[in-house]
Design a protein around this ligand. Structure first.
Ligand SMILES: [Zn+2]
Length: 156
């Protein structure tokens, strides 16, 4: 085991790789739910810190609840994978960096419903109550903060 840890360049490289992997995981959440609800969705594309899932679906084709699920499925899938990496991998595992990248990039920014273009913004535009969107945002932020706090404080 290398106790010196990784260099800045190595962490930068892994962060870049994990950002794109976790973006793909996020987009797959949208892709799978769109397909599940009968929309014509193409495989997600990911390039340089950005991902998108091309799809064709009339807004009337899905119920509001289905649109909310599609909207939040990206953050949810990135969140689940990040959580599993965070809790299952050893403390020194490089995959825990992927978990942090997943939480801080694949989950939390997408839940800020006040910013145009986020998944939560889309959910609210499809009728998801802003109070609920605010709750989801705060709860997710608190949950991730708690996980990180427990580790930083070295608690059990
Ligand atoms: Zn998304």
């Amino acid at each position: 085991m290398n106790k010196k840890g990784l260099s800045f360049a190595e962490v930068a490289l892994f962060t870049f790789i994990f950002l794109n992997i976790m973006t793909l995981v996020h987009e797959l959440g949208h892709f799978i739910t769109l397909r599940l609800f009968g929309c014509d969705a193409a495989m997600p594309v990911v390039w340089f810190y950005f991902g998108a899932t091309p799809f064709e679906c009339d807004s009337a084709q899905l119920s509001p609840l289905q649109w909310w699920i599609v909207a939040y499925a990206g953050a949810l899938s990135a969140g689940i994978v990040s959580y599993l990496l965070w809790t299952r991998m050893g403390k020194d595992s490089i995959w825990r960096l992927a978990a942090i990248v997943g939480f801080l990039y694949g989950v939390l920014p997408n839940l800020v419903w006040q910013i145009q273009g986020t998944d939560a913004y889309f959910a609210v535009s499809m009728g998801f109550p802003p109070a609920w969107a605010t709750f989801v945002m705060i709860a997710a932020m608190a949950f991730v903060s708690y996980l990180i706090y427990k580790e930083v404080a070295e608690l059990e």
